[in-house]
Design a protein around this ligand. Structure first.
Ligand SMILES: [Zn+2]
Length: 94
């Protein structure tokens, strides 16, 4: 009976190739992050929520609530898409 030495070393090479490729993939796909333009890195954003007020004739008012930023999902960071966020939202910022 012949030991499958050849087969084993081939296998090892294949595994090594695979691992190398996986490492390369990870390396090449590391996204760059920047502060979220919506919450300025705080992970929190203000939302205006319409609150219906049935006692008023034209019911409702706008209430401001603070919640998890939807843009960055509360992480305060977003993937850097290379876009200029200076005019990301009209009237945003000071
Ligand atoms: Zn955000």
């Amino acid at each position: 009976m012949q030991l499958p030495l050849q087969e084993t070393s081939k296998d090892f090479e294949a595994q090594l190739k695979k691992a190398k490729k996986a490492a390369q993939d990870i390396f090449l796909h590391i996204p760059e992050y920047k502060d979220c333009p919506e919450c300025e890195g705080e992970g929190l954003a203000e939302y205006e929520v319409g609150v219906p007020d049935f006692s008023a004739y034209f019911g409702g008012e706008i209430e401001t609530r603070v919640g998890e930023c939807e843009n960055c999902l509360g992480s305060g960071r977003v993937e850097d898409d290379g876009m200029n966020d200076d005019n990301w939202r009209d009237g945003h910022g000071s």
